[in-house]
Write a protein that binds this ligand. Sequence first.
Ligand code: ITT
Length: 201
Amino acid sequence: MSLVRLQRGERLVLATHNTGKLREIVMLLAPHGIEVVSAGDLGLPEPDETAPDFLGNARIKALAAAAAAGLPALADDSGFCVAALAGVPGVHSARWAGPAKDFTAAMARVNHAMGDATDRRAWFTSVLCLANPGGETASFLGRVEGHTVWPPRGHAGFGYDPLFQPAGAMRTYGEMTSIEKTTTSHRARAFEAFLAAMMPA
Ligand code: ITT
C-alpha cells in the first residue's frame, strides 16, 4: 500500500488511548467515509513515548499500531506549551498529570510554575502521523496560539482545555461546544493538512 492516498472505505486504526482525542478524530474523519477502529478496540498496547519531540512520538505510536494491526494507523502526539516556561510542559503534558491523569492538578502545576510572569502566551501543538504496516509514514503539524487563564474556565473537552483561550476567542477550549473546539483546534489544523495530502478531492 502506498501512503500517497487514503481511499474512501479503507479501514484505519486510530492509535490513541486518549478518549478525548479519539472523540475529536472520529468527528473530523466522519465526513470522509473512512472506517475507523481504535487501538483500544483492538487491545493494542501503548508504546513507550521515548522521543524528545511530538513528531518522534507520533511516529512511534503510528508505526507500532500499524505493525500490530496490519492496517494503516493514525496517531496524534500533542501538548500544551507555555511561553514563560520555555514551551513546557510540551511533550511532557500527559506526564504532568501523573499516573492518575489528574488534569486539575496539572493545570494548577502549570499556573504555579508560571508564578506572576506577565507573559501569559501559550499554544497547543498537534502532530498527526499516518503510518502503513510497511513502515512508511507521513506527518502533519497543527498549532493554535493563545494564552492561559486562571482560574480554569469550562468543563468541556479534556486535558488542559479549561486553561487555554485561543487568540481572538472570548472563551476557553473548555467553554466551547465540542464541534467548535474540534473544528478549530490545533488538531483540526493538522487534520486539514493531513486531508489535503492524503485524501485530495
Ligand atoms: P495517546 O498517546 O494514547 O494518544 P496521551 O494522552 O498520552 O494519549 P499524548 O502523549 O499526546 O497523549 O499527550 C498529550 C497530552 O496533552 C494529553 O494527555 C492532554 O492532556 C494534552 N492535550 C493534547 N491535546 C489536547 C487538547 O486538544 N485539549 C486539551 N489537552 C490536550
